[in-house]
Write a protein that binds this ligand. Structure first.
Ligand SMILES: *Cc1c(COP(=O)(O)O)cnc(C)c1O
Length: 429
């Protein structure tokens, strides 16, 4: 696509955008400014306008029915989570029975590790990406220690080579091969939170399996962002949250994937709770845990309805828009941001601007991580004050996500203009 850094071009692309009307389905925080630009859907997605009504329905049914709402409500609470499985499965490329919405992300990963990280004396190592999201790093440290291993020995982190921004695929595959005989698990993000690197999940999974290891993924930054085919890729397990690209609200319920080849393996160790117990005998309240088949067999507790109501309204928007259309727009929109940033890098050669994220669409989703060497937090604060809401990480990495559901080409153009002003206002900084 031939991009032009002009408002006319951006507005024209917005007119041509088949998903352009989806912007109106969300509330945009305006911070008191007419033109604030929200580019941080990678951290907290925007609120669907339908969310409030979805919660109100459940509040009304609770008022009207009390406990009977479990069966009498418009969306009976007893089976509420089942309403979410199909749309969620569509987003991640799974069968509905392989997915369930429950708990939150880190909790779910610990529960899945109970089943899928079962180190033996010689096979106990975990290969993961360097610079993981801290919660995942703590997960790995505490899980390996729980099993009596030293995290420094048991966790092998693959990092970018010196002077490079993203991890080379060949380095991941070589490490899996090198450690094959002692490897229990390969655990990666789908998209790295810091660099925006999209990993080749099917390739990593195939390599893990060839080494005799399990392949698991944290899809916090991938779900709702990039096309996924968890079932076909033969991934063993995965978990993700719903408040980033999935727009389900702060701290809301997450989701898990367990491949169907494991879903009826009742020999797998797991922690049980009544909601994971066979639905036909659940209310007999007897002892003797008998897990439900599929991902539902990993549930512990009955569903938090108000959060799930918001999730339901958000997933409906995804189902309507469809992942293929979202991906098409995402590639164009992210490409436009990349173009604008590269223009600025040419215009301000002394500003030390570079893009950490790959320039290959197949290796990224909606997020570009920008490096402004020679700048610091003050530069980012200027950007925020001018109305562009992005994310800052030390020393001066700015993570920007033009989200295809609700961001426009004009948003990207406006972001570029604000950056230009901030750069021009600080010569030689
Ligand atoms: C956002 C994020 C988390 C957050 O975990 P919660 O348990 O939902 O608080 C964990 N891991 C990754 C990779 C994330 O991006």
């Amino acid at each position: 696509m031939n991009y032009v850094a002009s408002r006319e071009f951006a507005l024209r692309q917005d007119e041509l955008d088949p998903l352009g009307s989806y912007r109106d389905k969300f509330h945009f925080p305006d911070f008191g400014r007419a033109h604030s630009v929200y580019l941080t859907g990678h951290s907290l997605g925007l609120q669907p306008r339908t969310a409030r009504e979805a919660i109100e329905i459940e509040l009304e049914d609770w008022a009207r029915f009390g406990v009977e709402g479990h069966f009498e409500g418009r969306n009976p609470w007893y089976s509420y989570h089942e309403l979410l499985s199909e749309p969620m499965a569509g987003i991640v490329g799974a069968k509905p029975s392989e997915v369930v919405c429950m708990n939150s992300l880190t909790t779910n990963l610990h529960l899945l590790f109970v089943s899928f990280y079962r180190p033996g004396d010689s096979r106990y190592k975990i290969i993961s990406e360097g610079r993981m999201f801290p919660s995942d790093r703590y997960l790995l440290e505490t899980q390996t220690r729980f099993h009596g291993h030293d995290p420094d020995d048991a966790i092998i982190e693959i990092s970018p080579r010196d002077g490079e921004g993203v991890i080379r695929e060949e380095d991941i595959l070589a490490a899996i091969d090198e450690h094959a005989s002692e490897l229990a698990l390969v655990f990666f993000g789908g998209v790295n939170y810091l660099t925006g690197q999209l990993f080749d999940m099917p390739k990593i999974t195939a390599a893990a399996h060839a080494a005799g290891a399990i392949a698991g993924f944290d899809l916090a930054h991938a779900a709702g962002n990039v096309p996924l085919s968890l079932h076909d890729w033969d991934i063993d397990f995965a978990a993700w949250c719903s408040y980033k690209y999935l727009n389900s609200g702060p701290g809301n319920v997450g989701a898990i994937f367990v491949h169907e080849k494991h879903g009826e393996n009742y020999d797998l160790p797991r922690f049980g709770g009544w909601w994971g117990h066979d639905k036909n005998t659940r209310f007999k309240m007897e002892s003797g845990f008998k897990p439900m088949p599929g991902a539902e067999g990993w549930q512990l507790s009955n569903a938090p309805i108000f959060g799930m109501a918001v999730m339901k309204s958000s997933l409906e928007i995804f189902t309507e828009a469809g992942i293929p259309a979202l991906r098409r727009k995402s590639e164009k929109l992210t490409g436009y941001l990349e173009f604008i940033i590269n223009e600025l890098a040419t215009e301000f050669p002394d500003a030390g601007i570079s893009i950490i994220t790959s320039s290959t669409p197949r290796e990224r989703g909606s997020q570009l991580s920008l490096n402004f060497t020679g700048h610091d937090r003050e530069f980012f604060d200027k950007m925020t004050a001018a109305g562009v809401i992005a994310d800052f990480r030390e020393p001066c990495i700015i993570r920007v996500a033009p989200v295809p559901l609700y961001n426009s080409f004009e948003d990207v153009y406006n972001c570029g203009e604000v950056l230009r002003q901030a750069l021009a206002g600080a010569p030689g900084e």
